[in-house]
Design a protein around this ligand. Structure first.
Ligand SMILES: *[C@@H]1O[C@H](CO)[C@@H](O)[C@H](O)[C@H]1NC(C)=O
Ligand SMILES: *[C@@H]1O[C@H](CO)[C@@H](O)[C@H](O)[C@H]1NC(C)=O
Length: 194
């Protein structure tokens, strides 16, 4: 079946994903358009082929390309404000995966985190993608799709810096600086509140 050619980009974290006719893999290009270093993390669906590495450092302006198998469900996010403590344990102020290391090794992001979600070769052999704030927000993210053969491969994402405008009751701050925003659902434990 024809596969669409998709490239995904995130402002700040920019993802590129491409799949080609007759090729059994898809390429994600993750580009950091932030002014600061980010630490992307990757979580795959249960019992599916791992993308490696599961977490890495990406300096401002740099990119890294990863190859996924033809059928692949998974999500990307990016950690910010990471450091090692005196015992060598790695952690991040936002979107930490709790592994204690740069690699997430099967652990997902601790909310709040902006998520890019993918299902490659899903229903009818199509590739699906979205950027979700269901787990809150920590940085702008854009998925850019190019060269699709089945149409509808639009860019999608959230390119606004919501950390500046996040309401006080949802804001995660470091000093005076907003660094993330919790989802109302998670913050209030109540899906009715928006
Ligand atoms: C993953 O594999 C394990 C062990 O084979 C199995 O118990 C589990 O149900 C599988 N999970 C899914 C979601 O398929
Ligand atoms: C933390 O330590 C790891 C392992 O030595 C290293 O790869 C990584 O770059 C360090 N990260 C930071 C933010 O210092």
């Amino acid at each position: 079946m024809d596969r669409s050619l998709i490239s995904a980009s995130l402002l700040t974290l920019l993802l590129s994903l491409s799949s080609f006719h007759f090729v059994d893999s898809t390429t994600f290009k993750i580009v950091n358009r932030c002014q600061h270093t980010i630490w992307p993390g990757i979580l795959i669906g249960a019992n599916r082929t791992a993308l490696t590495p599961t977490g890495f450092t990406l300096e401002s302006g740099k990119s890294r390309t990863l190859t996924a198998p033809k059928s692949w469900p998974g999500r990307f996010w990016a950690r910010t404000l990471c450091s090692n403590d005196s015992s060598g344990k790695f952690s991040c102020v936002t979107a930490d995966c709790g592994s204690g290391k740069v690699k997430c090794a099967g652990a997902g992001s601790i909310p709040p985190a902006t998520l890019a979600e993918f299902t490659l070769n899903g229903d009818r052999g199509l590739d699906f993608y979205d950027v979700s704030l269901v787990d809150g927000y920590n940085l702008p993210m854009l998925v850019e799709a190019t060269g699709g053969t089945s149409g509808g491969c639009y860019s999608t994402g959230c390119v606004a810096n919501l950390n500046r405008v996040c309401p006080a009751e949802l804001r995660v701050a470091r000093g005076n600086l907003g660094v993330a925003g919790r989802s109302p659902c998670e913050a209030f434990g109540d899906p009715q509140r928006f």
